[in-house]
Design a protein around this ligand. Structure first.
Ligand code: E4P
Length: 217
């Protein structure tokens, strides 16, 4: 399973990328606004840090304008993935990007029917929003399961990118449900490393080791 970081915070990205565990990055207009920086500059910087896919989202809502923006974003670096919303225009643009060899991440997916259309349009990634479905009173993870079954039935290549991830359990449940990737906020990524019993066990081992008076080196 590929793990992406959902962030525009370059300093945080550098720290987590140093673990060798960050396979890609996703951004969205909200995260760009949060960074307070010009989008093209931030995306270029992220692409220098991470070799894997870096999603950069169009701001237009009409297909031709999405295509113009997406082509400009794709010029930033070869690992840019153009992110488009799951609308009729978004899928028209996705089809054209696919024909042009530009990778796409179809975002704001909330149903299996939408995911089926995105795959037929040739999307590289589909982003089902787990947390926002949970907030809405639905079971977000069920959507991953449904999309996995549909994509497997028809051998679609589109990768399922679990998005709107809020907890470490979302990551593991998405992995069990067969998501190809998950995009994870930095705080949740940090939490993946941790377990109270790991900390307690390490404390005990270090304490007992100190009593031996030994040194390995
Ligand atoms: C990533 O591609 C999405 O934009 C992101 O995961 C959305 O997360 P949120 O629902 O927490 O804003």
């Amino acid at each position: 399973m590929h793990l992406f970081l959902d962030t525009t915070d370059v300093a945080v990205l550098k720290t987590l990328a140093a673990t060798g565990l960050v396979d890609g990055v996703t951004t969205n207009p909200t995260l760009i606004a949060k960074s307070g920086r010009p989008m093209l500059e931030v995306i270029a910087e992220i692409c220098e840090i991470v070799e894997g896919p870096v999603s950069a989202e169009v701001a237009a809502t009409e297909a031709e304008a999405m295509l113009a923006e997406g082509r400009k974003l794709a010029e930033i670096a070869t690992n840019v993935v153009v992110k488009v919303p799951l609308t009729r225009d978004g899928l028209i643009a996705t089809g054209q990007f696919t024909r042009e060899g530009i990778q796409t991440n179809v975002t704001l997916c909330f149903s299996a029917a939408q995911a089926l259309l995105a795959a037929k349009a040739g999307a590289t990634f589909i982003s089902p929003f787990i947390g926002r479905l949970d907030d809405y009173g639905a079971e977000g993870m069920d959507l991953i399961t449904e999309i996995r079954a549909i994509y497997d039935n028809y051998s679609f290549d589109t990768e399922i990118l679990a998005a709107s991830v809020r907890t470490p359990a979302h990551v593991t449940q998405a992995a069990i449900a067969g998501a190809d990737c998950a995009t994870i906020p930095p705080a949740v990524f940090e939490a993946l490393f941790k377990h109270p019993l790991t900390e307690k066990g390490l404390e005990q081992f270090m304490s007992d080791w100190a009593k031996t008076g030994q040194s390995i080196l």
